[in-house]
Design a protein around this ligand. Structure first.
Ligand code: NAP
Length: 499
């Protein structure tokens, strides 16, 4: 098979889908189709449009290595700017023309070296390989609070923002104090008449000043791409070798520094001892995904803002009633309650070799070989699959490394050295056993609850260092895979009718 005969389906057109398409096309594999369930290009930055949404990874790092951007306006740019960047990259690389919008993949079925893909718009044909790039923080999680549907005001989840909501002069309640709830508090405190943050668990907050990038600096980057690149590498080193390795327990000195900085941030910026006590977590820094903000402690101390730590008893038409019997009367409730982070590939039906059902198999826990492939599912790959380092590394770097690795595996098929590729069962099993062992000593298991825990109570992140991840993703270890090489079948496929 030549690279031009190879047909690849990519599920999702967010950052992961763009990375996957880019690295395939970079290898000359051009017959690539991205299936996107919505009418617009996808991902986090399309779905999250709440007030204050921004990426807490510096923008000059939160970009693809193949698409530098001199135009970022802030150190940590707002979500709509990132979304415009994603769309722009898709246009400039030609990927945009490969997206089939309004096509939600409902089913993918493997048979004899090929996958047939069906969307809610009907059958989409036969593909030699499929890359799932649907993202992890994708399915909003509503809290199971009694009476939630009885609220008479307006309400929405942060990732399903109601664009008709006007918060000016309103009494607003925010449920959830993670990265999202914190960003919303900062943005809405100056707008709402009254703002109540319902906090179930306090968060450690890292102070990172978010300054604007002025036109002079942007011109400097336009004129000198090399300086922009060296800034990227500087940030990558700081982020991955210092921050990410501190969190994953591979840089004790950086961890101590980070923990101290969070403590100092709290103690120096929150003046009322009672409020400070409510905002002080009872677990270690980094156990939950660290919240980054340069304004939260100021916002929560504004006179119109109230931190409520009593348990929520129920929601009623007029607002939220807490367990102490107090009714918090509200006009708007915002649910910043996170995501079903472990519902990877849901709600697709994915049928692999011998009729194996991926989601059925994952009912006892999502598991993959190095996050990218699963035994029994030949030529099925994933960007952002199980135990990807989401939350601790810069996601775009992770997505690019996985996409390059997957493109390299698909290249084996495209270039005729393989017909099908799937990871060996025993190797995958051993890899996951190692993962679980390594996870036992991490900060994430040190005594808190977080979205890193899957329904089986296991932490679904990546426990090793950034350097190890980069090394693992360098070149596929082909010995770890069942590589079927059948010339006869290959010829049969070459002669097949196109789907
Ligand atoms: P999250 O971290 O899962 O936080 C959910 C919040 O909702 C928590 O405070 C949780 O309390 C609370 N909650 C959930 N159910 C509740 C209930 N029934 N009653 C009361 N409180 C309830 O979700 P998130 O803030 O959306 O963030 C998820 C991840 O998205 C982040 O960790 C980050 O990786 C990513 N993110 C990134 C950025 C960025 O700037 N890069 C911004 C936003 C999000 P408990 O803590 O007690 O469970």
């Amino acid at each position: 098979m030549g690279t031009n005969d190879m047909r690849v389906a990519i599920i999702g057109s967010g950052a992961s889908g763009i990375a996957a398409a880019y690295y395939l096309m970079d290898r000359g594999i051009d017959d690539v189709t991205l299936f996107e369930k919505a009418a617009q290009m996808g991902g986090t930055w399309r779905d999250n449009r709440y007030p204050g949404v921004a990426c807490d990874v510096p923008s000059h790092l939160y970009r693809f290595t193949f698409a530098p951007n001199a135009e970022w306006t802030q150190r940590c740019s707002p979500g709509d700017e990132i979304q415009r960047y994603m769309v722009d990259v898709a246009h400039k690389t030609g990927i945009y023309d490969h997206i089939r919008f309004d096509n939600e993949v409902t089913e993918a079925v493997y048979s004899d070296g090929r996958w047939s893909v069906t969307t809610d718009a009907g059958p989409q044909g036969i593909f030699d390989a499929v890359i799932s790039a649907g993202g992890a923080l994708h399915h909003p999680k509503m809290p199971g609070i009694d009476g939630i549907d009885s609220f008479a005001g307006k309400a929405c989840h942060s990732a399903r923002w109601d664009d008709t909501l006007d918060l000016g002069g309103k009494r607003v309640g925010i449920i959830g104090s993670g990265s999202t709830g914190t960003q919303i508090v900062c943005a809405v405190a100056d707008v709402a008449a009254q703002l109540t943050l319902f906090q179930r668990t306090a968060q450690w907050i890292m102070h990172l000043p978010n300054h604007p990038i002025d036109e002079g600096k942007r011109q400097e980057y336009r004129d000198d791409a090399a300086s922009m690149d060296s800034y990227y590498h500087y940030l990558a080193d700081r982020f991955n070798s210092v921050f990410a390795d501190a969190v994953s327990g591979h840089n004790a000195e950086a961890y101590a520094h980070m923990a101290q900085a969070c403590m100092v941030n709290l103690n120096t910026n929150v003046h009322d001892p009672e409020l400070r006590a409510k905002l002080t977590p009872d677990y270690k820094v980094g156990c939950k995904r660290l919240v980054v903000s340069d304004r939260f402690y100021q916002a929560i101390q504004q006179p119109n803002v109230h931190l409520e730590t009593a348990d929520i008893a129920h929601i009623e038409p007029a607002g939220v009633r807490t367990a102490d019997g107090i009714l918090h009367s509200l006009d708007v409730i915002i649910y910043a309650t996170g995501f079903h982070a472990h519902s990877l590939c849901h709600p697709m039906r994915i049928t692999g070799r011998d009729g194996g059902d991926l989601l059925e198999q994952w009912k006892t826990g999502n598991a993959a070989y190095r996050s990218v492939a699963v035994p029994g599912f030949p030529n099925w790959f994933m960007v952002g699959g199980p135990n990807s380092p989401i939350g601790n590394f810069s996601y775009l770097m992770t997505a690019e490394m996985q996409a390059r690795y997957i493109a390299s595996l698909i290249g084996e098929i495209a270039e005729g050295r393989a017909r099908t590729i799937e990871p060996k069962d025993d190797v995958t099993h051993a890899y996951n056993a190692q993962l679980r062992n390594a996870m036992a000593g991490t900060i994430w298991t040190s005594g808190c609850d977080s979205w890193y825990f899957d329904p089986q109570g296991r932490v679904a992140s990546y426990p090793w260092s950034y350097a190890r991840f980069a090394e693992e993703m360098q070149v596929p270890a082909l010995d770890d895979f069942i590589v079927e090489r059948s010339f006869k079948r290959r010829m049969a496929r070459r002669n097949r009718p196109q789907g």
